[in-house]
Design a protein around this ligand. Structure first.
Ligand SMILES: [Ca+2]
Ligand SMILES: [Ca+2]
Ligand SMILES: [Ca+2]
Ligand SMILES: [Ca+2]
Length: 267
């Protein structure tokens, strides 16, 4: 008598771990892929893992599943065929990037990779894939209106100062934001080289706060208007990004000149 044991689908696919972590640079090109753990199933081949999918579906990622053919064995094989217990041949599962990611828009994905078997009823197992998007310095500082969180300044900023302002007087405070993280988004300020050359003795700017202040006394009659170019730069050691804005400083007249006394000679 020959006894045949028929396999029924009593085992669900399972992953060797509950979750896995992937680090993805926002500079990664579509096609970049990461090996993630494959599912196993204790049943025989006909009730074993058949397919994988991502839930919920996303346009950013897809899966590539490749059945690994064992390397050809060279030399003499003795003892006949080796029949591996268990079911499916080893499989390599890759998470494949489908479109570019922008860390400044989405910095993390939590994907569920579901392995489904071929049994009836169908059983499945789930792996959590946590994708962390790694920052690159792809944003320049952006000057914004000091009274807003994001509104870009449009056109040159005009500000006024009395010519009687003592040395150290506040002129204007610029503000720039940079969407990158850490040093890539840390902004410092300085006068543009030509402004430093022309007016560096009269004006300076606090590199941390963006506060422009006077370094000398002003005189409306000598110069009534200055155009200062201000640079905001981020703190990337190798690939600094910067942007520039201009501030027009009007020096207002105050009554500091005594009228010229004319002596009228009688005719
Ligand atoms: Ca199964
Ligand atoms: Ca970006
Ligand atoms: Ca930046
Ligand atoms: Ca970035």
């Amino acid at each position: 008598m020959r006894v045949e044991i028929l396999d029924i689908n009593d085992n669900a696919p399972f992953f060797p771990v509950l979750s896995t972590a992937v680090e993805l640079s926002e500079s990664a090109e579509p096609g970049t892929s990461f090996i993630i753990p494959a599912a196993e199933d204790m049943d025989s081949a006909k009730n074993s893992v058949r397919s994988y999918h991502i839930y919920p579906p996303t346009s950013y990622f897809d899966l590539s599943v490749r059945v690994m053919t064992p390397p050809a064995v060279s030399g003499t094989v003795s003892g006949g065929d080796v029949v591996e217990l268990g079911s499916a041949p080893p499989t390599q599962v890759r998470l494949v990037l489908q479109e570019r990611v922008d860390r400044e828009s989405v910095d993390h994905f939590r994907l569920l990779v579901v392995a489904t078997d071929a049994g009836d009823p169908v059983r499945s197992g789930t792996l959590v894939v946590n994708v962390t998007v790694i920052d690159i310095n792809d944003n320049s500082p952006r000057f914004i209106r000091p009274d807003s969180d994001s509104t870009a300044i449009s056109g040159p900023v005009e500000t006024r100062l009395a010519e009687s302002a003592p040395i150290g007087s506040a002129v204007y405070r610029v503000r720039a934001v940079d969407a990158d993280a850490g040093d890539y988004g840390r902004v410092r300020y300085h006068l543009a080289p030509e402004s430093r050359r022309d007016y560096g003795r009269v004006f300076d700017i606090d590199g941390d706060t963006g506060q422009i202040f006077t370094r000398d006394l002003l005189d409306h009659e000598t110069q009534s208007k200055y155009v200062l170019y201000i640079v905001a730069v981020d703190n990337d050691a190798t690939n600094r990004k910067s942007s520039q804005t201009s501030i027009v400083v009007h020096v207002d007249d105050v009554n500091d000149n005594a009228p010229t006394i004319r002596i009228n000679t009688p005719v």
